[in-house]
Write a protein that binds this ligand. Structure first.
Ligand code: MN3
Length: 211
C-alpha cells in the first residue's frame, strides 16, 4: 500500500513502489514515461522534500524563524509532488487488472446523477484539465464540509488539501507525464488515460471520504 501522508518524523519520505510493472499501462502510457516519471520525477520530489525538511528542522532547532519560513516553498512543492504522485499511481491500473473498467458503486452513481453520465463527467474533467495553463493537476475531490463532489485544478504540485478537499482522482498534466508519447497534444493523453483509470481505487477513496 502506498503511503500518502507525510510521516510525523519529518525528513524520511521514501519512494513508494509502483503497484504494477513499468510497462503495464502500455500502450496508453509507455514504459519509458512510467520509468522516468517514477524513478526520476517522483524520486526527485522525495529526495528534495527530505533535504528541505532536514534544513527546516535544523532551522527550527536554532530558532531561526526566517530560515524556517524560507524552507516552506520547497516543502510545499516537493511534499505536494510526493503526495500527488503516490495517489496518481494507485488511481491507475493495467487493463487486465481492471484499468478502465467503470464501477457501478456509489461514486459512479453520484457522477451519473451530477453529470448525466460517466462519459459526460470525463468530458468535463478533460476540458478542465486540458485548459490548465502550464503545469498542474486535474482533480475529482470530495468536499466534506459541503458534502459534495468537486472538479477542480491545482497549479504546480499543490496538493488538493490546499483547497480543503479530499483527493479521489488526480490526473497529472505536467508535460513530463505525456510529452514523450503524445508530444504537445495533451487532449489525446487525457482521452486515452481513461482506459487505465482504476475505478475501484476511486470508489474506495470515496467510501473512505464519506466516513
Ligand atoms: Mn508528474
Amino acid at each position: 500500500m502506498v503511503t500518502e501522508t507525510i510521516p510525523k518524523i519529518f525528513g524520511h519520505l521514501e519512494l513508494p513502489a509502483l503497484p504494477y510493472a513499468y510497462d503495464a499501462l502500455e500502450p496508453v502510457i509507455s514504459k519509458e514515461i512510467m520509468e522516468l516519471h517514477h524513478k526520476k520525477h517522483h524520486q526527485g520530489y522525495v529526495t528534495n522534500f527530505n533535504a528541505a525538511s532536514e534544513k527546516s528542522l535544523e532551522a527550527v532547532s536554532r530558532g531561526d524563524i526566517p530560515d524556517v519560513i524560507a524552507r516552506q516553498p520547497a516543502l510545499r512543492f516537493n511534499g505536494g509532488g510526493h503526495i500527488n504522485h503516490a495517489i496518481f499511481w494507485t488511481n491507475l491500473a493495467p487493463k487486465d487488472e481492471g484499468g478502465g473498467r467503470e464501477s457501478k458503486g456509489p461514486l459512479a452513481q453520484a457522477l451519473n446523477q451530477l453529470f448525466g453520465s460517466i462519459e459526460k463527467f470525463k468530458e468535463k474533467f478533460n476540458a478542465m484539465a486540458g485548459a490548465i495553463q502550464g503545469s498542474g493537476w486535474g482533480w475529482l475531490g470530495y468536499d466534506k464540509a459541503m458534502n459534495r463532489l468537486v472538479l477542480t485544478t491545482c497549479a504546480n504540485q499543490d496538493p488538493l488539501s490546499t483547497q480543503g478537499y479530499i483527493p479521489l482522482l488526480g490526473i497529472d498534466v505536467w508535460e513530463h507525464a505525456y510529452y514523450l508519447q503524445y508530444k504537445n497534444v495533451r487532449p489525446d493523453y487525457l482521452k486515452k488515460i481513461w482506459e487505465v483509470v482504476n475505478w475501484q481505487n476511486i470508489e474506495e477513496r470515496y467510501a473512505a471520504a464519506l466516513k
